[in-house]
Design a protein around this ligand. Structure first.
Ligand SMILES: Nc1ncnc2c1ncn2[C@@H]1O[C@H](COP(=O)(O)OP(=O)(O)OP(=O)(O)O)[C@@H](O)[C@H]1O
Ligand SMILES: [Mg+2]
Length: 354
């Protein structure tokens, strides 16, 4: 399950050439600015996830100076299906010449993407931990992404009320069932991740356990009652900060290493290994729920792993028989057990195995 070929036309610095991939591990290597992340981004888009959220504001996608604003991305699946994405003023997605939604694509070709920032999932901002959970749930619960988007619109609306000093009760009435539903899904998602982490003891010597901390809440086990009680308890605070502080947009995953918080108990290298274990757990969770291995896009996630951590990662990836695209500027390719693609100035110049 994965991509056999892709072709990008007028997309960033990539030359419009066919790129062929191994069904197993693919390593994209090359100097800074070669186009490795752009290739991952193109694959992310043909999988229904849209452009990558890089640190900087997403720049325009058409090749600079090309004079054309239309971008075309094509992905051929190992199953034979062909995905075509046309981006001009809006997105047009087609699978085998039928118009489809981004959710249809994600269902047809489940992909999980991890960016360099995800390596600080243990100690970094809670947004990284929510992102992992949301990516997992979007692949295993068909309506999750849509409901989350609806919830976020509701939060923005509530923020407008609060900014204007208006009562937020009406917004809360609309948000309550969505928030409660998202919490229930996330509780299940965290349980799934936790249970998948149990098979990762080589990467994480200390037992890692996860639990969901509901944003601004925790007054009642029942999710509906919890939201209702939490907004009453936080009414004054929300009015003061003029922003909603209750709800899934403020959730966090508490990561414990044994009896202590992983962010405090683990060394930097072990936190990186735990991050890798959580990514693999998400991939296993998808497999467990939908019976298919997701394709993994890994951008610079091997940085800061020692050579045994790297070997463990490659071995775990190999044992999963999943398609992987890993990008790195680091020169460790001698040990890579898959197809290595050298990327230079927007094209794959050679592909070889060790
Ligand atoms: N719309 C565009 N048109 C042409 N070139 C672009 C466009 N957007 C970005 N680029 C260029 O694409 C180049 C490659 O970027 P990319 O992030 O893929 O590099 P990389 O190989 O991942 O490098 P690194 O090792 O630094 O992560 C950048 O130098 C950037 O200037
Ligand atoms: Mg890059």
């Amino acid at each position: 399950m994965g991509f056999s070929r892709v072709r990008f036309n007028n997309f960033k610095n990539l030359e419009p050439r066919e790129m062929r991939w191994s069904p197993g591990l693919n390593l994209l290597t090359g100097e800074n600015g070669a186009g490795k992340t752009n290739i991952l981004e193109g694959i992310n888009i043909v999988s229904g996830w849209g452009p990558l959220e890089r640190g900087a504001k997403t720049l325009s996608m058409p090749t600079w100076g090309s004079g054309s604003s239309e971008v075309q991305l094509t992905g051929e699946l190992e199953s034979g299906g062909i995905i075509r994405v046309k981006i001009s003023r809006r997105y047009m997605l087609r699978l085998d010449d039928k118009s489809v939604t981004a959710a249809d694509l994600r269902w047809n070709i489940p992909v999980l993407t991890f960016l360099p920032d995800d390596m600080s999932i243990v100690e970094g901002s809670s947004a990284f931990r929510r992102r992992l959970l949301d990516m997992l749930l979007a692949l295993i619960v068909p309506s999750y992404a849509m409901r989350l988007a609806e919830y976020r619109r509701g939060v923005r609306q509530k923020a407008v009320f609060l900014k204007r000093g208006m009562p937020a009760m009406i917004a809360d009435r609309a948000l309550l069932p969505l928030a409660a539903w998202i919490w229930r899904m996330r509780i299940e998602g965290v349980k799934l991740l936790s249970s998948c982490l149990e098979g990762m003891s080589e990467l994480t010597p200390v037992k890692i356990t996860l639990s969901l901390k509901r944003g601004g809440a925790g007054f009642d086990d029942d999710c509906e009652n919890d939201y209702a009680k939490a907004v009453i308890a936080n009414r004054g605070r929300e009015a003061a900060v003029k922003f909603p502080v209750v709800g899934p947009h403020r959730d966090d995953i508490i990561i414990m290493a044994g009896e202590r918080l992983a962010s405090e108990a683990l060394s930097r290298g072990l936190r990186r290994r735990t991050a890798i274990a959580m990514m693999l757990a998400a991939a296993d969770g998808v497999k467990r729920k939908i019976g298919r291995d997701p394709v993994l896009l890994l951008d610079e996630v091997t940085a800061e792993l020692d050579s045994s951590g790297r070997t463990l990662l490659f071995e775990s990836l190999l044992s999963r028989e999943t398609q992987v695209f890993a990008a790195t500027a680091e020169p460790f390719v001698e040990k890579f057990p898959g197809l290595i693609h050298r990327v230079s100035e927007g094209r794959v110049t050679e592909s070889y195995e060790n």
